[in-house]
Write a protein that binds this ligand. Structure first.
Ligand code: GTP
Ligand code: MG
Length: 201
């Protein structure tokens, strides 16, 4: 799939205020700092479409983008950022879970996991929550450039093995890097095939 035209619609504090749409939507979720906004910029070929920061907690609202008037893409705040106040953490969690449960045109979520580390508790809990709530999702292992090529499969398999302790089967999974652009074609093709299959929940 090629991308011609991407426009930022707006930022919204909750799912209720997001404009209704019939276009298929894809959401990028994951722990704070995992690389959600960077991946969105890489996929759309726009350097600063989504705000990126070395400091976790940069994205604080639901940011919606329109791609070629064909599909929508959502950048969400991260979960599990330890340095936020309890109230703020709960507010983010509610914003994310409400969005995932109530956004009617959501076709699939992408859960981003840092390829460098073992599966974190927050990731495992979040994946369990997605599964228990029947929210379709795929996995993206981010920051592949930070792990030597020869070790990437090993890292991915270790995380998959942890997930398979709970789940019988795993969804589609991709390896990506916002630096080298690895995974771009595969992720866009996956989005394309979801749109065509219309695997709406
Ligand atoms: P929040 O909005 O705070 O939840 O973070 P985020 O998940 O949107 O992460 P963001 O894209 O802001 O990136 C966090 C940091 O990781 C930034 O310093 C990025 O430059 C860096 N980063 C993101 N993706 C990659 C990647 O693929 N490779 C490398 N080397 N660095 C990356
Ligand atoms: Mg972000």
């Amino acid at each position: 799939m090629t991308i011609q035209d991407v426009s930022f619609i707006a930022s919204f504090p909750n799912v209720q205020s997001c404009p209704k749409s019939d276009l298929p939507e894809f959401a990028f979720i994951g722990r704070s700092n995992v690389g959600k906004s960077s991946l969105i910029n890489m996929l759309t070929n726009k350097k600063s479409l989504a705000k990126v920061s070395g400091t976790p907690g940069k994205t604080q609202l639901i940011n919606i983008f329109n791609v070629d008037h064909l599909w929508m893409l959502t950048d969400l705040p991260g979960y599990g950022y330890a340095r936020l106040s309890k109230e703020k953490k709960q507010a983010f969690d509610k914003m994310i879970s409400d969005y995932l449960l109530k956004r009617d045109n959501l076709l699939s979520a992408f859960i981003l996991i840092d390829i460098r580390h073992e599966l974190q508790k927050a990731d495992a809990q979040f994946i369990d929550w997605l599964g228990n709530n029947h929210i379709p999702f795929a996995i993206i292992f981010t920051k592949s450039d930070k792990v030597p090529k020869t070790k990437r499969v090993q890292h991915v398999n270790a995380i998959k093995k942890q997930l398979l302790q709970t789940w019988e089967a795993l969804p589609a999974a991709f390896v990506s890097s916002a630096e080298t652009r690895e995974g771009r074609d595969e992720i866009l093709n996956y989005i394309d095939s979801c749109i065509h299959l219309k695997t709406i929940r």
